[in-house]
Structure formats: structure tokens, C-alpha cells
Write a protein that binds this ligand. Structure first.
Ligand code: PLP
Length: 457
């Protein structure tokens, strides 16, 4: 068995980490985990404050999920979804049809969030070629500024976060872009209460002009996560559904982050009684244990792909591990647990405790704003509380706070100057207090240190 030093060395030198500046990376190797606690190779524990990048739903090492995977492993680990099915994937497809809203009932599996975004985009495109009254001119997508739907080239094309996507622009296809409906970015003469109408007005103007070219509007419902937790104004999603129907444009909702209870409903769309044309699911679908994603759609789209094999109407897409049997078994166990333990119905208690912590954090002089929806929260740092001025980017204040939190046994990962709090829904009251205390102390320590540091402009 390799020593800890060897593993650390290999991690530092051979393992090229995602979205990580390897020149600055200080090896942190997770060896095991239980509940909300991650343990590193030296045995040091860290509270998983962002659910291992927003996917761990009910804690690590949950006996029911682990057992489901083990039992499946004893039957078969994987068989293809090309031309054959499997017991867990078929059952999962049926369960997803039951729990997703409206008439969403046909499930196409991918392996991760990015791959399922590609599925949804291509499904929408091919639908317009094959539907009853084909519209081959519908080859474009409408997407939001600051959107994030993954890192493959198609999903990055509909993404709109400059610091992630701009460099690849020569490789990306053109999309029609709308401003993110962020109530903080309203023009001065538009009040907060007019935000929904204002942003829907922008949406309608674009749809009215371009609907004949637009295959689908793709958006993260309610919350644009990677953008730094932009919260859309109430009613935007419902309005977007109505407008896309009016202008004959498909609506793809990316529930890869918001799905499976985190917002306080099983799916974010339910908050505004919206049924999209295609719903993308990923991350928490397996409880965060194994890679799996799903695009769920309704019969009108599905039926457009039917015909005999020679018709060429089959959906021309597939991923080797899409609908993997171990992952499907983990997903089924996760959905069972959500239902049996009434996790979503009981979220209010912990979310209420989180609200109290956010109020304490918001009272800190270097916290400009906090936002929360269910168990998703954001804490916005500010250099100057009076003017809501951000810290200079190069100070990397949020990253410093996260490093400080690590010393207090809490692992979180920032988005620029925004601290994200998104622990597993299974977090206990005591554990949430540990997370809150650590954040508050870390913000205090770092901002006090910085007060003595001359800010560079
Ligand atoms: C809203 C959203 N969609 C898609 C993705 C991409 O998922 P994956 O990283 O599994 O490819 C992410 C990842 O964070 C996401 O936040």
C-alpha cells in the first residue's frame, strides 16, 4: 500500500485537477467520508460545506445507497443502453417520470451534467427537423448571460460566464444571449418590484424578433449557480414558460444543481408550477455517489423521434456509460430515501436555521448581501459596506476565507467574492452551527487581516 507521502506526491504531480491552478495547489487528498465529514489522508476532518461541488445530497457513506450499489455490483456493473435496457435504469426512468412535473415521462440518460446539456440541445434541434410541421430554420439557442451548463463545447456555447468561456470563444457556436435576470443589475429607473416585468420584456423582445430561428431557450431555473448564485426575480420562470409557448420555442430547464430538493421543492420548476419541454438532471440524482444524468421530456418531443429504423428518426446521440446500472441503483436508493424520510417536506427546519446564520453573517461589516433558497445560500463579500464595493479581484478574499475555514474544519469553495453554502440536506443542527461559526470566524479573521493590507487598484 502506498504511503501518505507517496499519494500526496502523486496527487501534486500527476493528478491535474479541475479548475485548479496547479502551480498554487496544496495537495488535499480525501481518503474516506461519513455523513457530512470528509477525512483526509492524515485523518483530519472537514465538513463538506458545498456537498462535494453541489452533488452530495444525503451525506457520504449512507448505508442504503452504499448497499444498493453493492447489491447491483453483485448482479452486473454495466451493460450498454444502446439497444438494451437494465433493471435499475428502467425502474429509474419510471420513477423519474413519476416525480418530474406534468407529462415529462421519457428519460434519456447521460453521464454528467455537461453531457446531458448536449443531449437536450441536440434533442431540441432534431425535434424541430422531425416534428409534424418541421422547422429546419430553428438552429439557434437562446441563453442567459452568466449562464453555466457545463464545460463541453456545446454546453459551454450556451454558457455565458466570461472567465470560464471567453477563451474558448473561437470554438463555440453562436447563441442569442439575454442579460441574466439579476435584480441587482436593474437600470436606475427600474424598481425592484418591476424586475420580473423588465426582464420578461427583454425576453419577449428577443423572442418576437428571433423565434423563427430559435430551437430552445435554455436556463437554470430560479438560480444561476456558477454565476455566483444569481437569484431570478419571482415569476421570471413562469413568464419564460408562457413566452416560450407563445413563440413556439422549446424550454430546457437545467435542474442539475437545483434538482432533488435543494431549493425546498423536489425541482425548482415546481416553485412556479412550470413544466419545461426538457428537464436536465444530474449531480444529486445519485445522491452524489456516481456519475449519472438524465434529460426528461414529454411525448410530443419523444414521438417525433419514432418511426422505422430506416427512417433515420432515432435520436442520434449516446454515451457509453449513460444509464449505468450502478449509478441507476444509487439514484433509485436516493429517491427512495428522499421519499421515505420526507427530506424535502422537512427541509424547512434546517433551512430556517440556515436563515438565522445568514442573518448573523449579513450583520458582518464585510458582508454586503446574503441570499437563500432552501438549502442553497450565498454570502456576498464587500470591501466597503456603505458602497457595496467589491474587494479587488487579485486579493482573492473569498479564496482566503475558504482557506481559513479549512483550518476550522470546514471545506467550502467560493465563486469569486461569493461564498457558497450548500451542505448535504442531511446536515444536523450541530453541524450547521459548526459551518456557520467557522464561516463567521473566517470572514472576521481575513477581513481584519486585510484591513491592514493596502488594497491595490
Ligand atoms: C447548472 C449546471 N449545469 C450543468 C453543470 C455541468 O455538470 P457536470 O460538471 O456534471 O458536467 C453544472 C456544473 O456545475 C451546473 O452547475
Amino acid at each position: 500500500m502506498p504511503t501518505s507521502d507517496e499519494i500526496t506526491h502523486w496527487d501534486q504531480h500527476h493528478f491535474w485537477h479541475a479548475f485548479t491552478q496547479m502551480d498554487e495547489y496544496e495537495s488535499l487528498v480525501i481518503d474516506r467520508a461519513e455523513g457530512v465529514w470528509l477525512y483526509d489522508i492524515e485523518g483530519q476532518r472537514y465538513l463538506d460545506g458545498v456537498s462535494s461541488m453541489w452533488c452530495n445530497l444525503l451525506g457520504h457513506g449512507h448505508p442504503r445507497i452504499s448497499q444498493a450499489i453493492r447489491e447491483q455490483l453483485d448482479r452486473v456493473a454495466h451493460s450498454t443502453s444502446l439497444g438494451m435496457g437494465s433493471r435499475p435504469a428502467a425502474t429509474l426512468a419510471k420513477r423519474l417520470a413519476e416525480i418530474t412535473p406534468g407529462d415529462l415521462q421519457h428519460v434519456f440518460f447521460g453521464s454528467d451534467g455537461s453531457s446531458v446539456t448536449e443531449v437536450a440541445l441536440k434533442m431540441a434541434f432534431q425535434y424541430w427537423l422531425q416534428c409534424e410541421e418541421p422547422r429546419p430554420q430553428k438552429t439557434k439557442y437562446l441563453a442567459l448571460g452568466e449562464a453555466y451548463h457545463g464545460d463541453t463545447l456545446g454546453s459551454a456555447s450556451v454558457g455565458g460566464i466570461a472567465r470560464f468561456h471567453e477563451i474558448f470563444e473561437p470554438l463555440l457556436f453562436d447563441v442569442i444571449r439575454l442579460d441574466a435576470p439579476d435584480p441587482r443589475s436593474l437600470p436606475e429607473d427600474v424598481s425592484g418590484s418591476q424586475a420580473t416585468d423588465y426582464f420578461l420584456g427583454q425576453l419577449e423582445a428577443v423572442l418576437a424578433e428571433h423565434h423563427h430561428q430559435i430551437a430552445a431557450f435554455v436556463l437554470e431555473p430560479l438560480i444561476q449557480a456558477a454565476a455566483g448564485m444569481i437569484f431570478h426575480p419571482a415569476g421570471y420562470l413562469r413568464g419564460a414558460r408562457e413566452l416560450t409557448k407563445k413563440y413556439d420555442v422549446l424550454l430546457i430547464t437545467d435542474e442539475i444543481v437545483t434538482g432533488f430538493g435543494r431549493t425546498g421543492r423536489m425541482f425548482a420548476c415546481e416553485h412556479e408550477e412550470v413544466v419545461p419541454d426538457i428537464m436536465c438532471l444530474g449531480k444529486s440524482i445519485t445522491g452524489g455517489y456516481l456519475p449519472l444524468s438524465a434529460a426528461v421530456t414529454h411525448p410530443e418531443i419523444y414521438n417525433a423521434f419514432l418511426g422505422d429504423a430506416a427512417s433515420g428518426r432515432s435520436f442520434l446521440h449516446g454515451h457509453t456509460y449513460g444509464g449505468n446500472q450502478l449509478a441507476a441503483a444509487a439514484a433509485l436508493a436516493t429517491i427512495d430515501l428522499l421519499e421515505e424520510d420526507q427530506v424535502v417536506q422537512r427541509i424547512d427546519e434546517r433551512a430556517g436555521q440556515l436563515t438565522k446564520w445568514l442573518a448573523r453573517l449579513a450583520a458582518h461589516r464585510h458582508v454586503g448581501e446574503t441570499r437563500q433558497r432552501g438549502m442553497i445560500a450565498a454570502v456576498e463579500l464587500t470591501a466597503s459596506p456603505q458602497r457595496h464595493e467589491p474587494y479587488p479581484t487579485e486579493l482573492r478574499v473569498a479564496a482566503r476565507i475558504c482557506r481559513e475555514a479549512l483550518r476550522r474544519e470546514v471545506w467550502i469553495r467560493p465563486l469569486r467574492d461569493t461564498l457558497v453554502i450548500m451542505p448535504p440536506l442531511s446536515i444536523t443542527a450541530e453541524e450547521l452551527d459548526i459551518l456557520g461559526e467557522a464561516l463567521l470566524d473566517s470572514i472576521e479573521t481575513v477581513t481584519t487581516e486585510l484591513a491592514g493590507t493596502p488594497a491595490r487598484s
